[in-house]
Design a protein around this ligand. Sequence first.
Ligand code: HEM
Length: 143
Amino acid sequence: MEPGERTETGDCAAEAGPVFTLEEVGKRNCSREAWLVIHGRVYDVTRFLEEHPGGEEVLLEQAGRDATESFEDVGHSTDAREMLKQYYIGEIHPHDRKKEGSKNPSMTSSGQASFWSTWLIPIFGALVIGLMYRYYMLDGRTS
Ligand code: HEM
């Protein structure tokens, strides 16, 4: 068997390297194993299930997927964020990463779009009205 290749015999698959795909993390959502992804990092929270102050149900609910949003929605303390380190086991594959960092560039590009729509369209409109007014006035004088 090649490294990284896995058997599909059980709910929980064999060990893998430090970079995981979301699919691999998804296999770790049974009662024996619970992995989840927070900010592109993979955490094995199996031994934390019973200790979690928010209860094990919420962790099991999020197990096997990207729990970033739920984790942030709760507004976890800095202590909770520090605790994450204990359960860190690896990184999520770049292909499966949520586009967290792309939020800003997209905001700037839409910001640029709104810059043009806020300034260029009114300027163009004013020019057209100005020209129409000029022609109207010239027309009025000649006739
Ligand atoms: C490894 C990941 C996690 C760690 C280390 C962790 C840790 C903690 C800690 C230390 C608390 C106590 C309050 C605080 O200090 O903020 C807490 C509360 C809580 N957590 Fe987590 N948590 C994790 C993941 C999650 C996830 C994925 C959810 C999903 C919804 C969740 C939901 C909650 C809830 C609902 C509470 C209770 C909040 C309250 O009663 O005010 N946690 N967690």
